[in-house]
Design a protein around this ligand. Structure first.
Ligand code: FAD
Length: 461
């Protein structure tokens, strides 16, 4: 082992790695982060943040287009896509330079290069300048994230692109196809359809957002179709051929040509060249790094977090795992993550926020299920702010009033879901939710009313 120069070395600076590094220094560990690309990881540079920056422009455009309903006549509205992209870059650089600032403040060393593990547990770094460093650390946290995976028989390249590339397209394509209607696919379709593309959204499984509650996924499908998106579910994409001018492919019994085909069909752990086998770090059958509740791998002193390990591939999950790993290294008692309670947010229009079990999952698991469903239109806020079609759905267990799951679709659903997560985290159930006073007129009153509906005494129903 090389002389131990660090207490903790983190490989990868995404929301998992950078949060782990900051927590480690807070706990007195001398820490370094190895990153070969940009600080902030894929999330800040290519994925979550750029996606939401472009979606914000699309949302604003929708509001302006609907403004007549609110008594405002706006004319001459144009999409300046170059300016949208410039704003995206500015949002990204503001946030990534913030990460750099936090590292400086915490005295965290940044080592630019590609990290891997050696057989004796050191971190090897291949720097951009061609240098090869060998660094010793008492503990290593692997946080290298994930990469997009193509669908069988299709390769990325040219106009067949992944979700990260979609948010940085050089133009608004005239015709865009998205294969995969999960969160990323639905977001891309919803943004580009509103910015002016003719969009096809094609999903192999039965509905859009197939992992969401069936009621929610139905409402989202209707919403996406209202934006002019041609949605095809239970339909595989096949026979893809691409050249410089476009992409031709089949979907079901049809075939078509588009300017770009986005493959939004899943991701895989970025373990390439990490030296895991040499270091004795075990992967599971899906190629994810096997960890215990404190994110320890099979190799003593080596932790793995974020998209590298099982659980939902979400930024906030990665960050929480980073905190757990850093605290375990520091000898603090840790709390294993309750994966089912991690909120999920999808920023297409309509917005979706959810946590926990869908109604179908709760029934399959044998719970004595009670459901409370309330449309936004049932409360004043829904009508005042112009979204009566949104819905809050609470899935509960009748005996003790436990909140098993929460599902919200409509304006601000991505923010509203947090209340249900908090109620559950603080060991409240739907009867408690039903009696918490909510401000009026807010959309959050629909969340309270869903608690009342589950408890059998919906007021505005
Ligand atoms: C288009 C898109 C939109 C998304 N939107 C959301 C969203 O809105 N909300 C949400 O919660 N999640 C979202 N996600 C998921 C989210 O991006 C991931 O869950 C999150 O980035 C995982 O964080 P991480 O720290 O594990 O890895 P990453 O963010 O992937 O960061 C890993 C870092 O490790 C670096 N790295 C890799 N290998 C090495 C190596 N050998 N040496 C040194 N550095 C290395 C990479 O360069 C990268 O910077 C989205 C994903 C995509 C693709």
């Amino acid at each position: 082992m090389a002389a131990s120069s660090y207490d903790t070395i983190v490989v990868g600076s995404g929301p998992g790695g950078y949060v782990a590094a900051i927590r480690a220094t807070q706990l007195g560990q001398k820490t370094a982060v190895v990153e070969y690309d940009k600080l902030g990881g894929r999330c800040l540079n290519y994925a979550c943040i750029p996606a939401k920056a472009v979606l914000r422009s699309a949302d604003l455009l929708s509001e302006i287009r609907e403004s007549e309903e609110f008594g405002l006549k706006v004319s001459g509205v144009e999409v300046d896509y170059a300016a949208i992209q410039a704003r995206r870059e500015k949002v990204v650089s503001t946030l990534t330079s913030g990460v750099g600032g936090l590292f400086k403040k915490g005295g965290i060393d940044v080592i630019e290069g590609r990290g891997s593990l050696s057989a004796d547990g050191d971190v090897l770094v291949q720097t951009a300048g061609g240098e090869r460093l060998q660094l010793g650390a008492r503990n290593v946290i692997l946080a290298t994230g994930s990469v997009g995976r193509p669908i069988p028989g299709v390769e990325f390249g040219g106009r067949v692109i992944g979700t990260e590339e979609a948010w940085a397209l050089p133009e608004v394509p005239a015709r865009l196809a998205v294969a995969g209607a999960g969160a990323s696919g639905a977001e891309i379709a919803s943004a580009f359809a509103r910015l002016g593309s003719e969009v096809l959204l094609i999903e192999m499984l039965e509905g859009v957002l197939p992992s969401e509650d069936a009621d929610i996924s139905r409402i989202v499908e209707r919403g996406l179709k209202r934006q002019g998106i041609a949605v095809h579910t239970s339909t595989p994409v096949t026979d893809v051929t691409a050249d410089e001018s476009g992409v031709t492919f089949s979907y079901g019994s049809d075939s078509t040509q588009v300017d770009y085909l986005v493959i939004a069909a899943g991701r895989g752990a970025d373990v390439e060249g990490l030296g895991l086998a040499e270091a004795g770090v075990t992967l599971d059958e899906r190629g994810l790094v096997q960890v215990d509740g404190a994110l320890r791998t099979s190799r003593a002193g080596v932790y793995a977090i974020g998209d590298l390990v099982p659980g939902p591939a979400l930024a906030h999950k990665a960050s929480d795992e980073g905190i757990i790993a850093a605290e375990d290294i520091a000898g603090r008692p840790t709390h294993p993550l309750a994966y089912v309670d991690i909120p999920r947010a999808t920023f297409c229009t309509p917005n979706v926020g959810s946590f926990g079990l869908t109604e179908a999952q709760a029934r399959e698991q044998g719970h004595d299920v009670v459901v409370g469903k309330v449309p936004y239109g049932a409360v004043g806020g829904g009508t005042v702010y112009g979204d009566r079609t949104g819905m809050v759905k609470v899935v509960g267990e009748s005996k003790y009033g436990e909140l098993l799951g929460g599902h919200i679709v409509g304006a601000r659903a991505t923010e509203l879901i947090q209340e249900l997560v908090n109620v559950r985290a603080l060991e409240g159930g739907f009867p408690e939710l039903a009696r918490i006073i909510h401000g009026h007129p807010t959309l959050s009153e629909a969340v309270m009313e869903a608690g009342r509906a589950a408890d059998g005494w919906l007021i505005h129903g």
